[in-house]
Design a protein around this ligand. Sequence first.
Ligand code: GLA
Length: 725
Amino acid sequence: MAIVYDEKSQVFFLHTQNTTYQIKVDRYGYLLHLYYGKKMDVSMEYMLTYFDRGFSGNPYDAGQERGYSLDVLPQEFPVLGTGDYRNTALKVKEMNGCLGCDLRYDSHHIREGKYSIPGLPAVYAQEAQTLEILLKEERLGLEVALLYGVVEECDMITRSVRITNVSGEKVYLEKVSSVCLDFLFGPLDFMTFYGRHAMERNMQRTQVSHGRQSIGSTRGSSSHQYNPFVILAGADTTEDTGECYGVSYVYSGSFSAEVEQDQFQQIRFVMGLSEEQFSYPLHKGEVFYAPEAVLSYSGEGLSVLSHHFHQCIREHVCRGEYKNQARPILVNSWEACYFDFDGEAILRLAQQAAELGIEMVVMDDGWFGHRDDDNSSLGDWEVNERKLGCALSELSAKIHEMGLRFGIWFEPEMVSEDSNLYREHPQWAMKIPGKRPVRARNQLVLDYANPEVVQYIYEKIASVLHQGSIDYVKWDMNRSLADIYSGSTEEQGRVLYDYMLGVYSLLERLTAEFPHILWEGCSGGGGRFDMGMLYYTPQIWCSDNTDAVDRVRIQYGTSFGYPLSAMGAHVSAVPNHQTGRVTDMSTRGVVAMTGAFGYELDLGKLSEEDRQQVKNQVALYHRTAPLLQNGKYYRLSNPFGEEFGAWMVVDSQKESALLSVVSLETHGNLPVIYVKLRGLDAAGEYEAQDTGQVYSGAALMSCGMPIALRGGDYQAYQILFSRIS
Ligand code: GLA
């Protein structure tokens, strides 16, 4: 049994394959967090200590028991108003401004299967159990249900919260977190993934200390600036040793992740919706669902933690026909020709792609309205037949005749002021009445909190998708939200959350109606790279930065929480359009291949030598696609500090492995580097496909593979190993 309740001690045990999570209902009905870590059958209640501590108050029910204080005890879902002055997971405000809550255990329910959340993305699994713990706030007439999903197989525990106003006056939810993790002692490091447009998910590791440290987004999207995935790791934890906890938020809007060390050196971590511009009204009879947070623990270092998240995302988050399929190699028109194309140019690109073995052509931005630059037409999802020289159906038919698939780009959440949509429905753009809105990329954001807007965009997009046979859609989102206002409600504190529900409802509807389409998420590259989007789009354009060297770092940071199959990665032209850097075609291929692979350049401009390289890359990708899609990924170096980037993928049977190395610096009289491989069978023998040389698995893992560095900037080395015994 994954979930066990011991009635006598009132302790819940949530067991996965290798981990245990424990919660206790204490003598006053408060819910205490007992433990999260290595599998543990015995109750960890003995770790709780009770001392009279100055300025740490006691609940009234504790009478004269001054040693009992919620200011000190580890809690499962702390609320404001209990005498706990640390960070809280929930704030409920009454109409008179009071913020004092008192949640007590009422009942619980254990059931087979994994809960789902109405209107929100969530982990799904057949082999799973759900624990629902019902807490009551008698005075306010509220019920708070803590939901736990246990997916044993990939060591995952999911959490969500359902808040119901059963019988009370209207209240406002001012803060709703999905997870609180209390640790009795540290030290712990907080690992976060910060960045900016075109340089996402750099890793930062700092020790948790006194004072609150927080990351998050107030942009209405999960953002380029901080990814909603974090790790808490022991100070000595490395890739293959030590304890670490990962938490990923299954949500694509504003969020916050906060950690603090308290006055007694304890550590509290809380993650959930951003408090900024959030004030959600809950009337009698209404229910609010918090987005899901997904937790995993590894006692064997960061690689294993990443493997848990990779498996969970591949098997239990991504959906649709492409979930387990090797993705088609695509060529995208964006960096090939930007807005400057017509139907002939797209057909030429398709023809060149077909000759090279590339399988799909994607017509990016610029095919609709009168959009020849980024100042107009968003919202006018009508095919520009004058520009294409034909109907969309004709274009796609011609591309299909060449044996290729065909994809197009949308930016469904946006509107240009220069558009018919804006001229007809100016109130559908988010604007605060009387205030001039913030523009970004010369566009405004549509009010997705208004179901009428969502319905309109649905009809427009569905009609385009019905016209031509479309195999792929890139769903883009190219600005942050700023003027949070919806004409459809009196309650503006609910708009940011409702906006996300609107986006998810459209994604759900379209992905269900067009199940054969491969959907790729995007937000100026990786500005909305999160588990929420991955529920609808099994891959996301990792970054607008296609420079191979920067991508080594961006994909390194991304790999901590997300699998290779989720990372859109393309070979582009040099000098690179974002950085001006020149790298070899082989380097660009090696880097892009360890992602959802494609090209993004004018194939007609390739030299004969580069064309041959592309053919070789395509062939190698086909050979290794299942390995790359489902294999275990290992980071073998840290490209932020070391002079080379190295990573590898091994299949589950340890039969084949692909090693990739990119040198990031070059010097005179170069040394040999010895890259230690991981995840092989120590007892196995592996043949390097290029040289035929045979190596012992144990030797490759403990002494390494010698890589004799070549001169020249950013040289890449890729070795495919096959086990021969
Ligand atoms: C964003 C995307 C790019 C491209 C452009 C089109 O920046 O990240 O890949 O689609 O929009 O405008």
